[in-house]
Design a binder for this molecule. Structure first.
Ligand code: GSH
Length: 194
């Protein structure tokens, strides 16, 4: 049995929740209070004791991007990486370079000067990419989409960032929002705002 050490408000956890839902894998959730984390978490994901952490029959794995790759290999159906090697590499490159969006996102949250402009640049780059393909993973929804969507949902629904200037990003969000895995995340984000 899989156990996910999870925090609803954590977008990195959301990456893993989306992949588990897409693959229809049953799992147990341990909801972590980020303000009062257990010694177990610090022991298994040192030094910061961060979530998400996945436990698979006693074997423990941290880091959302690595967990998602593990889930892809452990539960190959439905595939969330493209069949073609170059396309797979392109999807992985996007996940690897997530901080191009993540850094301005967290800078904006901290209220840093210039962060909004840097975020716009990152969104414009995503928009350009999504002009050429329906999903960040290429022709089908995949790990790269799961890796970015949680932040886009939080920008739109919690931080009030207008995405209208990036029409391909908006269309992609709408496309992804048809999926039960993303509907569940939209509900989770709404519950955070409440
Ligand atoms: N690189 C990690 C980042 C995980 C992360 O930053 N999780 C946050 C919650 S969103 C956390 O546990 N923060 C607690 C802390 O840093 O002390 C991943 O991709 O899993």
């Amino acid at each position: 049995m899989l156990t996910l050490y999870d925090a609803p408000r954590c977008p990195y956890c959301a990456r893993v929740r989306i992949v588990l839902a897409e693959k229809g894998v049953p799992y147990e959730t341990v909801t972590v209070d980020l303000a009062a984390r257990s010694p177990w978490l610090y022991e298994h994901n040192p030094p910061e004791g961060r979530v998400p952490v996945l436990e698979d029959d006693g074997w423990v794995l941290p880091e959302s991007a690595v967990i998602d790759e593990y889930l892809e290999e452990r539960f190959p159906e439905p595939p969330l990486l493209p069949a073609d090697a170059a396309d797979r590499a392109a999807a992985r490159l996007l996940v690897f370079r997530f901080d191009d969006l993540g850094k301005p996102y967290y800078a904006l949250r901290r209220g840093e000067e210039g962060a909004a402009a840097r975020l716009e640049t990152a969104l414009a780059a995503l928009d350009l990419l999504l002009e050429t393909m329906p999903y960040l993973g290429g022709s089908a929804f995949g790990l790269a989409d799961a890796a970015y969507l949680p932040w886009l949902l939080r920008l739109r629904d919690l931080m009030g960032v207008r995405l209208d200037a990036h029409s391909s990003v908006v269309a992609w969000l709408e496309r992804c929002s048809q999926r039960p895995s993303i509907v569940a995340e939209i509900e989770t984000v709404a519950s955070l705002a409440a």
